[in-house]
Design a protein around this ligand. Structure first.
Ligand code: FES
Ligand code: FES
Length: 152
């Protein structure tokens, strides 16, 4: 079985897994990192959104072999110790979550967006395209704008 070494939330990990095993499976089932959620497994719902070297990816369609030597960040790695990331703070302030299932992915997508632009337009935010079955899109938009303000 091939072995893969990469970083998850700042810690080096080595896993034995087939090259084509989806990174989401490795995170959730082999490493017990369950923040990234399984929704569709085919790159549509984006409930699994995490970061690979700081960019948003959907690990349900990233083979673990692609993570080798790279840095994976999940919702668990976003806070700085006890201090939440400004996007997480804005999420709480705006009371965004309903059932919560899509929310780790929404937050990770929002953080990646705010790395690309510090003043996202409504169109930029809508382009995230993470699905929320509870329809929290309006509050997501408000929270991203609040977080952008706080981070400028
Ligand atoms: S589980 Fe739906 S995009 Fe990854
Ligand atoms: S909060 Fe329920 S799916 Fe988004």
């Amino acid at each position: 079985m091939p072995s893969h070494t990469f970083s998850v939330n700042g810690e080096s990990v080595t896993v034995d897994a087939p090259d084509d095993m989806p990174l989401l499976w490795v995170l959730r089932d082999l490493l017990g990192v369950r923040g990234p959620k399984y929704g569709c497994g085919i790159d549509v719902c984006k409930a699994c959104t995490s970061h690979l070297d700081g960019e948003a990816v959907n690990p349900c369609v990233v083979p673990v072999s692609e993570a080798g030597g790279r840095e994976v960040t999940t919702i668990e790695g976003l806070a700085d110790g006890e201090r939440l990331h400004p996007v997480q703070e804005a999420w709480l302030e705006q009371d965004v979550a309903q059932c919560g299932y899509c929310q780790p992915g929404q937050i990770m997508a929002a953080v990646a967006l705010l790395r690309r632009t510090d003043a996202p337009s409504d169109e930029d935010i809508d382009a995230i395209a993470n699905v929320c079955r509870c329809g929290t899109y309006f509050r997501i938009r408000e929270a991203i704008k609040k977080a952008a303000e706080a981070m400028r």
